[in-house]
Each structure stands twice: as structure tokens, then as C-alpha cells.
Design a protein around this ligand. Sequence first.
Ligand SMILES: *Cc1c(COP(=O)(O)O)cnc(C)c1O
Length: 484
Amino acid sequence: MATIYDVGAPGRRAASTPSPKRDTEDLLSLIPAGARRKHGPRLPQVSQPELVRHYTALSRLNYGVDSGFYPLGSCTMKYNPKLNEDLARLPGFTGLHPALPEKQTQGALAVLWELGELLKRISGMPAITMQPAAGAHGELTGMLLLKKYFQERGELPARSKVLLPDSAHGTNPASAAMAGFEVVSLASTRRGTVDIDTLKKALDTDVAGIMLTVPNTLGIFEDEIAAVSRLVHEAGGLTYFDGANLNAFLGRALPGNMGADIFHFNLHKTFSTPHGGGGPGAGPLAVSESLAPYLPLPDVVQDDQGFSLSWDRPRSIGRVHPYHGNFLVSLRALAYILTLGDVGLREVSAGAVLAANYLRVKLQEVFQLPYASLCKHEFVLSGQGFGEVRTMDIAKRLMDYGFHPPTVYFPLIVKEALMIEPTETEPREVLDAFAEALTLIAREAKEDPQLVKGAPHSTPVRRLDDARAARQPVLRLPFDHPDE
Ligand SMILES: *Cc1c(COP(=O)(O)O)cnc(C)c1O
């Protein structure tokens, strides 16, 4: 596709600006000679219709939840009610500066306070911070809390290890390692869950805690989760639950009751906010009483005067983000929770689990399901068994059928993984069409493997060389301008 520099003609402009009142030389004299350009910047020279058409054409190449089925496992491509987008654009919120006096920001503080109270109820945990800007950031914050906790108890550096099931989300070990812990991987059972015997053997006085994704990345709920928490606690460690998959049990079970000491939410995965392009997100962190004194600052508190910020937490780990994290993501989450209410939130998890199992049952006829079980919100198939056709080929071929491919090659414990998570609001006909497409591709893989291996055939660009894009990225246009 043409770039904006390939469109237009010299001298063409999309906007007219008033001429300056002072002459150019006079204005230039305000800039020190050494800081001046020797030539004008190379800007696109296009008319307004050309500009609009160029970007409109580009936007039509996008694929998102608003254009079709988007079954990206582990990412939870949410239904994002448009009403929440309107709310997040209200000028009274978007125009607020976080440093304004508290009496002028009562509405925004109320949003944060109320959301915090609701998230505490939804998780069954007593304390919370809104600061982390994403799930992985919540994990790192949680690991820093863990570190501070053991530091204060004089148990560092002794407690240097964090246990992680081999089904863990990739960000979990990364967060533990970044916080300075040694990561110990636990092999899962053949059912894809934590192996209690393996856990018992790993638990010792050098263990700070465990990080568990709930339900795990195979989409399976840890049925012995209470025992896992108890064993870790008995060994003096703490439990971190990764709550990115909360849509699987929203309104039905409380991490606090499962023994969680730390639990992060992915607001953008569970409670509205379009995501997928890398942000924005929000990863509020809920913690047990024993960790509350270390949470980041400031806190929003309420008394009879209204809402205010409290900086009174001398043992805090400090800030992990300015002020209150990504506020507009919190706002959408509050709107989503209040719109749905208790009953609606339970319907979200019902829809997520039902849609995933509906698809699983259809697809396990065609593909291997290595960890066969009733799944929660997602499930993982294997693309093995199709000779030279591999999972990547199947994923690429799905685009020819008009679908976004699922997550592939993750989790690592499934060979040739295809990780499928349908959005909870998908109508049955869409799920049927997706299952039908995958079934046809499986047949093609056997009858005409080259067709699948050459896919996609119908997209604006054909198969890309992922490795080359990462190793030799072209980050700027090759201009022949003397200043470039
Ligand atoms: C998405 C995800 C994360 C990371 O969350 P981000 O907001 O993308 O940083 C962590 N754990 C699990 C299980 C996830 O699905």
C-alpha cells in the first residue's frame, strides 16, 4: 500500500493556517542558530480529501472485535459496550488534570473509590491499588510487595524463590525475575493442573510464594486450589493469583476465599475497554491485610467531607505509576460493572464458559485436545497430526475464511498449540461458522496441504516473514533529504 508520501503533489496542503503577525526572520531569531533546521521538514503534501481517504483506507485494513470473531486465547477480547466509550470521552473526565485540588475532582475520585470498593467485593479481598497500568505491571507490583513483606520480616535473601506451574502465562516468570526472585518451574499433572506432590517437594524455607493463573492457561480451573494455598501458607510463603482470566468465574467464586494474598485484575480483559493494540489497560491489584501497608500511594479515601487523597502509608513500596493508573480504563470498568450488576456479571462468566465449551465439543472431533476436560473460558487444541501442515499454516488459512486466528504456540506445554477463547457475547451462528471453517481447513490440510501452507491467499499482504520483521525492522522511510 502507498504511504502518505506517495500521495499528493508539491505545494498541496490539507489545512490553512493564519499567517504569522511577525515576519519569518524575526520569528527565526527566537531560535538559537545551532538549533535551527537547515531545510524545511519533509512533510506530506496532500489535500484534505487525499489525507482523509488515505487514512480511511488504512483503517479498513484493520480487523477488530467490531469487524468479526476474534478468538485470541488468553487475551479475552471483550465485548466493549459503546456506551462506555461515550462515558470515557466526557470532557469533564478527559479534561481533568490529576494535580487539580481535590475539591475540584470529587467526581473522578468517586469513580476510583467506588470501583475500588466493587473490585474488593468481586475478589473478596480487603485492600486494593489502581495504579498498575496493565496485568504484567500488576504482577511486578505484586512481586515488589512480596519482596517488601519478606524484607520487613528479615526473611530475605533467604526466601529467594517463586514457584510457577509450567502452564503459567509468560509474564508471570518475567515479573518474578524482574523483581529479583529465582523462578522455579513446576511440572503440571497430565490433567494440566498443579501437581500437589511436586509442589510439596518444592516447598521449603527458601520459597517466597507461588504465582498461579486462575483458571490456568489451558482454560482449566485448579480444582485443588485451596490445598495449594494452604500448603504454600504452611511453608511460610504467599500466594499470587493472576486474575487475567477472571471472566471465567466472575460473580461465582472469590479469590479471597481460595487463599489469594495478591490478585491482579485485567480491567481491559474482564470489564470493557477495547484492547489488542498494546493498550491502554489497567491492572488493579487487590491484596490481603498483611500486604495492605505496602501498597502504592496515593490512596483515595472517603469521609463526611467527601473524597480525598491519602499519602499516609509510611511502609509503602512507593509509586508504580503517576497518580491513579489509567483512569479512563477504570471509568469504563465502573460503568460496565454498574450496568450489568450482580446478575449481569454472573451472565458474563456463564456466557464465556458456555461459548468455549460449545466450540471445544465441536472441535475436539477434528483436532487433538491434549488436556481433555471441561474447560472454562478457553481451551487449547493441538495442530499436530496434519503431516507437513502446521499450526501456523492453519492459523494463516483462517484469515482466508474471514476470521482472526486464535493464539498459537502458547501455552508451551502443548505442542503446536491453538488456544481458542470466544467472546462471551458471540451468537451461536458465529461459533458454528468458525468451527465449520476450522473443520474445512483440517480437511484441506489432508487433501491439499500446499493450499494451507501457502495461506493466506486473500489478504492485502501474504504471509509475512516474522523473524525478518523483528530482526531487520524498517523504522523510517529512506529519504534522500540532506538533513535525514
Ligand atoms: C494478558 C495476560 C497477562 C498480562 O496482562 P497485560 O495487561 O497484557 O500486561 C497476564 N496473565 C494472563 C493469564 C494474561 O492472559
